[in-house]
Ligand binder design. Structure first.
Ligand code: CP
Ligand code: NVA
Length: 309
């Protein structure tokens, strides 16, 4: 079997993505009320080790992958890039070749997407994208799981994205193309997503609307999503925050969406900026289900990468 890197959702494709979601639902249900660190009954990754490299901060990705490995019967180790030789200039190629001899899979969070491609090129064990400046596929597996848990089917779903056209939106667009839902993107001028992701979704048959009107995007939507206006590694440019202000998700905007619409946010949130406290704390907000689902989603990603799904 070729090494299954998970750099973006397309590496898995629609059938594997559906299989990941199905397995995540089953595993989540099977361990309801169990202690969180207790391994799943089948412990399919017993004896396996995941190395996690962080070149940016993380709470959810770090803890969810660690817990995912424990629940699958394996273990994880964390490498803060600053305290490794990678942080002193050892090449990604050599790092990949060394880690391939020592661990069974590598998860990395970094800035430039080219770095993760370079790591994958030289790794003989699966490399998983824990976020780059370009995409955040692991997050979106959790988001899809959360949407399905709300009783909504992905095919034909109308998802509204408000705010910044960032890495998380790129993976939303990729998922839309793979699983057949539509995306209304409302972002200020100059903050559009990369056109490659828009074109990818459209080529696969998804309807992608780009608008400067938040109300147009939210109108009749099944899901309303936003993210921080300033991603890690970006400057807090005052003109960016001003441009984003009309795209804040507030109660008025949520009232335009379907009555049973859910609000998603990958977190961390800046309540009072991209979303009001009223919406963030409302019954429509499923952000903490979404955060928990990182564990269940990451288990599926690991199982797929290691050839067990
Ligand atoms: N959503 C997400 O990836 O969170 P962390 O930055 O805490 O990992
Ligand atoms: N767009 C955000 C996501 C954080 C999980 C960032 O890249 O900082």
């Amino acid at each position: 079997m070729a090494c299954r890197h998970f750099l973006d959702l397309s590496d898995a494709g629609p059938a594997a993505l559906r299989a990941m979601l199905a397995d995540a639902h089953i595993r989540k249900a099977a361990r309801r009320d169990w202690p969180k660190g207790k391994p799943d009954a089948d412990a399919p990754l017993a004896g396996h080790v995941l190395a996690m490299i962080f070149e940016k901060n993380s709470t959810r990705t770090r803890v969810s992958f660690d817990m995912a490995m424990r629940q699958l019967g394996g273990t994880a180790l964390i490498m803060d890039a600053g305290t490794t030789q990678l942080g002193r200039g050892e090449s990604l190629a050599d790092t990949a070749r060394v880690l391939s001899r020592m661990v069974d899979a590598i998860m990395i969070r970094t800035d430039d997407h080219a770095k993760i491609e370079e790591l994958a090129r030289h790794s003989t064990v699966p490399v998983i994208n824990g976020l780059t400046d370009r995409s955040h596929p692991c997050q979106i597996v959790a988001d899809l799981l959360t949407i399905e848990e709300q009783g909504k089917s992905l095919a034909g779903l109308e998802l509204a994205w408000l705010g910044d056209g960032n890495n998380v939106l790129h993976s939303v667009l990729e998922a839309a193309g793979l699983l057949g839902f539509n995306v209304r993107v409302a972002v200020p001028q100059g903050y559009e997503p990369e056109s490659a992701f828009v074109e990818m979704a459209r080529a696969a048959g998804s309807k992608v609307t780009l608008t400067r009107d938040a109300a147009e995007a939210a109108g009749g939507a099944d899901i309303v999503v936003t993210d921080t206006w300033v991603s890690m590694g970006q400057d807090h440019a005052p003109n960016k925050l001003a441009a984003m202000a009309p795209f804040q998700v507030d109660a008025r905007l949520m009232a335009l969406a379907k009555p049973d619409a859910s609000f998603l946010h990958c977190l961390p949130a800046h309540v009072g900026e991209e979303v009001t406290e009223e919406v963030f704390e409302s019954d429509q907000s499923v952000v903490f289900d979404e955060a928990e689902n990182r564990i269940h989603a990451q288990k599926s990603v690991l199982l797929w990468s290691l050839g067990l799904l």
